[in-house]
Write a protein that binds this ligand. Sequence first.
Ligand code: 4NP
Length: 165
Amino acid sequence: MDLSQIKSVSVICLGNICRSPMGEVVLRDRFEKYGLDIAVNSGGTGNWHIGEDANPRTLQVLRAKNYLVNHHAKQVDNSWFDKTDLFLAMDLSNRSNLLKLAGKNYAHKVLMYRWFDEDLSHLPQDHQDLEVPDPYYGTLKDFELVLNMVEKAADGFINKLRQDN
Ligand code: 4NP
């Protein structure tokens, strides 16, 4: 995919309270740092947490690394496909739900978030190793590991963008 035309990115997980808010915040940080004019938001495929702040442990690990967070959980729907250039799914079930919402016309806009990790970009989009594991029922350590994965792939995303521009 040619990233040079990308003006908006949506990061998608299940609840939009753990993984995708991290992706949103980290990508926004990188876009600002490199002067890239790309809008970023996030959403969940599920509706349970609409309007909620991010999970307390998401907030804790982000703030520990000095990221600013101001989050209200949202559910992705098919109206997003007109206005967003690229959807980044956190796991394969998010991807499959997004592809259902996208239909044939927009399926090309859906990629796995972690595919941009330079150590994983040789993998096909449906490979299990591209999943960012759901930390919701895990420990604070799981949230820290997720944030590390999210940062590594965000750095790969920026490198690829800068190559394509
Ligand atoms: P997320 O984590 O998809 O990374 O935001 C989850 C949040 C909530 C639930 C599952 C995963 N839940 O079952 O409510």
